[in-house]
Write a protein that binds this ligand. Structure first.
Ligand code: PGA
Length: 251
């Protein structure tokens, strides 16, 4: 199996204000200390904070990303933000197809794919999210759902540099519930297989993050699961202390 450098990404969702700068500064300080974790670190704040936090992260290893983007570069789309705008504000990554956007905004696989293509066009790494609902899981459809989402949401030209996959079971997000390491291993193995079948060697190197109720207390166990190349963290990424607890598991 290829050695893939892990990525620990924080998804702040609709949380944070200018005062949150202090969390980034505190995290940067921890990252500059003796314990050098062997992972890349990313924070995806609301779009309003990208430029501010990029400034706070200056000189540190912390990358900044967006949580969504429009498929087009510019135009009459009130309230939307393009991948190019995120890049201009200081983002290096953008999350696309998060289940909250799929649910709240009716985003289809095709829409998610167009957003991932926009990210690539703008020079951003796309973090493409997939995940089954509890009903899908209970009916034994998890792998079928995940394979379908990957097929529909990933652009053909995806490479390990431009694309990260995040597996986030919808029922595990913000609930404190997580799949067993065995269940995570099964899904990540299936994702790896699908990526390799479609993208060859790039598929072997592509990072596959696990997301859904990752916290300091379960991060170490989840990171040892085969084909888990990092974490996408919601609630536990808001405070530097908690996020550091997860990052430092990647020693
Ligand atoms: P959570 O969210 O860590 O709060 O469960 C994860 C996510 O939705 O990315």
């Amino acid at each position: 199996m290829a050695r893939v450098k892990a990525l620990v990404a924080g998804n702040w969702k609709m949380n944070g204000a200018k005062a949150s700068k202090k969390e980034v500064t505190a995290l940067a300080k921890k990252l500059a200390g003796k314990a050098k974790p062997a992972c890349d670190v990313l924070i995806c704040p609301p779009a309003t904070l990208i430029a501010t936090l990029k400034e706070s992260a200056k000189g540190s290893k912390i990358a900044i990303g967006g949580q969504d983007c429009h498929a087009k570069e510019s135009g009459a789309h009130t309230g939307d933000v393009s991948a190019e705008m995120l890049k201009d504000a200081g983002a290096a990554f953008v999350i696309v197809g998060h289940s909250e956007r799929r649910a709240d905004h009716g985003e289809t696989d095709a829409a998610v794919r167009a957003k991932a293509e926009a990210a690539h066009r703008a020079g951003l790494t796309a973090i493409v999210c997939v995940g089954e609902t509890e009903a899908e899981r209970d009916s034994g459809a998890t792998l079928k759902v995940i394979r379908g989402q990957l097929k529909g949401s990933l652009p053909d030209g995806a490479t390990a540099k431009t694309t990260v996959i995040a597996y986030e079971p919808v029922w595990a997000i913000g609930t404190g519930r997580t799949p067993t390491p065995d269940d995570v291993a099964k899904v990540h193995a299936a994702i790896r297989k699908a990526l390799e079948a479609r993208f060859g060697a790039e598929g072997t190197k592509m990072r596959i993050l696990y997301g859904g109720s990752v916290k300091p207390s379960n991060a170490a166990e989840l990171m040892t699961v085969p084909n888990v190349n990092g974490a996408l963290v919601g609630g536990a990424s808001l405070k530097a202390e908690d996020f550091w607890g997860i990052i430092s598991a990647y020693a």
